[in-house]
Design a protein around this ligand. Structure first.
Ligand code: XLS
Ligand code: CA
Ligand code: CA
Length: 437
C-alpha cells in the first residue's frame, strides 16, 4: 500500500459483548452460524461509496465539515484513484466483503459522453485489480441520473428525448462497468423520475418511457452477459415531489405492467420506507410476498423531520422486525445489506466512519440472533399463523381455493352463528420481543 488513508486503525475484530474497545465487533462474528448460515453469508454487508468516501458533510446551509486526504483539489482523476485506494483500505480493515457505487462516485464525468466512458473504464480496470487482490466484490453498480443539471426534469422520464439518450449512454456504460467488476446486481433509483407539477406533466407518457427504457437496459445487460439481478429502489419523494417508484407496492405493479418482473427485484431502503409512511419491515414483507425481495439499503430515517437523513442503523427494534421477515423469506439470495448511510455532519473524526459501520453491523448481527430465537424458541410467528387456523378447516379451504360463492358465505354465516372474538395478542408479542432483547 502506497499511502495509508486511515492510519492508526487496525483491522476490526470480533471481541464479543464484554469488550470495551469501541473499534471491535460486539455481535458481528462473521463465521458464527445462525439459522444454517454464517453471519457473513446472511448479510453480505456492503459499503456505499458515495456516503463513505464522497460525502464531506455539506448540507443546504453550510459547506462540508470533513476534508478527505484522497480529495486532490483540481485533479478529479487523481482524486478518483486515491479514493479507490481509500475505499479498499477501509473495507479491508472493516472486513466488509462488498461495495456499491454510482458511476460518478468511481470516476468523474468528462466533457463528453466518450470522455465520461473512458474515465469510468480506466477506474474500472483499477477496481478490478483491487477486487482480485482483496477478494472484495461489487454488490451493485448504478448510474447517477440525478446530479447533472440535464436531469433536472428526470432521466428516462424526461420530456426531452435527447436527455433520455444521455441517460441511455450513461446506463449502458454503468452496466458495462458492473459486468466487468462481476457485480451481483444493478440498481435503478429514480430520484428525479417523477414530477413536481401535474399540469405540465404527461404522467402516462413518462411511465411508458420508463418502462421502455428499463426493457432496453435489461435487454442490453442480458445480451452483454449480465446474469445478476436488476433492482428498482422505491422512494416516494426527495428530490422530486412525486416519485413514480413510490413504494414497494407501486414498483411491483409497475414491473408486472411492463413485463420486467422476471429480471427485476426490489432494493428496499429503510429510510425510504418511513418516508412513504411504511415501516421498513412492511416494505420488506411486501417485496418478499411478491417474490421480489432483492437487496437492502440499510439505514434509518429520522421520523421527526420526514427527510431522507440516511442515519446509520442503530435502532435494534426496527432491525429485529426486519430480520424476522428476512429469516422467514429465506434471505436475500445474491442481494446484501448496503450501508446507504452517512455519519452525521458533526461526526468529524476519522474513526467515526469505522464506529458507524461497526454500530450498523452489530445492530443487525444482534437483531439476527434475537430474531432467530424469537422464531425458533419463542415461536413468535405462531401468534400470527394461529389467527388464520379457521382457513385450515374444510369450508375455509374451499374459500381459498375459489370453490365458494357469495351465497355459500351467507349460508355458512347462518350455520356458524355469531363468531367468538379472537385476541390479536399485540401487547404479549411486544413484551416477548422486549424480553428477548
Ligand atoms: C437516494 C438513494 C440513492 C440510491 C442509489 O436517496 O438512496 O443513494 O440508493 O442511487
Ligand atoms: Ca438507497
Ligand atoms: Ca436514502
Amino acid at each position: 500500500m502506497l499511502t495509508e488513508f486511515f492510519p492508526g486503525i487496525d483491522p476490526i475484530r470480533y471481541e464479543g459483548p464484554g469488550s470495551d474497545n469501541h473499534l471491535s465487533f460486539k455481535y458481528y462474528d462473521e463465521d458464527y452460524i445462525v439459522a444454517g448460515k454464517t453471519m457473513k453469508e446472511h448479510f453480505r454487508f456492503a459499503m456505499a461509496y458515495w456516503h463513505s468516501l464522497c460525502n464531506v458533510g455539506d448540507d443546504p446551509f453550510g459547506k462540508g465539515t470533513r476534508k478527505f486526504p484522497w480529495d486532490v483539489p483540481g485533479d478529479p482523476m487523481r482524486s478518483a484513484e486515491d479514493r479507490l485506494e481509500a475505499a479498499f483500505e477501509f473495507m479491508m480493515k472493516m472486513g466488509i466483503p462488498f461495495y456499491c457505487f454510482h458511476d460518478r462516485d468511481l470516476a468523474p464525468e468528462g466533457a463528453s459522453v466518450r470522455e465520461s466512458e473512458d474515465n469510468l473504464k480506466y477506474m474500472v480496470e483499477r477496481a478490478a485489480r483491487r477486487e482480485e487482490e482483496t477478494g472484495i466484490k461489487l454488490l451493485w453498480g448504478t448510474a447517477n441520473l440525478f446530479s447533472h443539471p440535464r436531469y433536472m426534469n428526470g432521466a428516462a422520464t424526461n420530456p426531452d428525448f435527447s436527455v433520455v439518450c444521455h441517460a441511455g449512454a450513461q446506463v449502458k456504460a454503468a452496466i458495462d462497468a458492473t459486468i466487468a467488476l462481476g457485480g451481483s446486481n444493478y440498481v435503478f433509483w429514480g430520484g428525479r423520475e417523477g414530477y413536481s407539477f401535474l399540469l405540465n406533466t404527461n404522467m402516462k407518457k413518462e411511465l411508458d418511457h420508463m418502462g421502455r427504457f428499463l426493457q432496453m437496459a435489461r435487454d442490453y445487460g442480458r445480451q452483454a452477459g449480465f446474469t445478476g439481478t436488476f433492482l428498482i429502489e422505491p422512494k416516494p419523494m426527495e428530490p422530486t415531489l412525486h416519485q413514480y417508484d413510490f413504494d414497494a407496492a407501486a414498483v411491483i405493479g409497475f414491473l408486472h405492467k411492463y413485463g420486467l418482473e422476471k429480471d427485476f427485484k426490489l432494493n428496499i431502503e429503510a429510510n425510504h420506507a418511513t418516508l412513504a409512511n411504511h415501516s421498513f419491515a412492511h416494505e420488506l414483507r411486501t417485496a418478499a410476498d411478491a417474490g421480489l425481495l432483492g437487496s437492502i439499503d440499510a439505514n434509518h430515517g429520522e421520523t421527526l423531520n420526514g427527510w431522507d437523513t440516511d442515519n446509520f442503523p442503530t435502532n435494534l427494534y426496527e432491525a429485529i422486525e426486519a430480520m424476522i421477515v428476512l429469516l422467514e423469506a429465506g434471505g436475500l439470495g445474491n442481494g446484501g445489506f448496503n450501508f446507504d448511510a452517512k455519519v452525521r455532519r458533526s461526526s468529524t473524526d476519522l474513526e467515526d466512519l469505522f464506529i458507524a459501520h461497526i454500530a450498523g453491523m452489530d445492530t443487525f448481527a444482534r437483531a439476527l440472533l434475537i430474531a432467530d430465537k424469537l422464531i425458533t424458541k419463542d415461536r413468535i410467528t405462531d401468534f400470527r399463523d394461529n389467527r388464520y387456523l379457521s382457513f385450515h378447516e374444510p369450508a375455509g379451504q374451499d374459500f381459498e381455493a375459489g370453490k365458494l360463492t357469495l351465497e355459500n358465505l351467507k349460508d355458512l354465516a347462518i350455520e356458524k352463528g355469531e363468531p367468538e372474538l379472537q385476541s390479536g395478542k399485540q401487547e404479549l408479542i411486544e413484551s416477548i420481543i422486549n424480553n428477548a432483547i
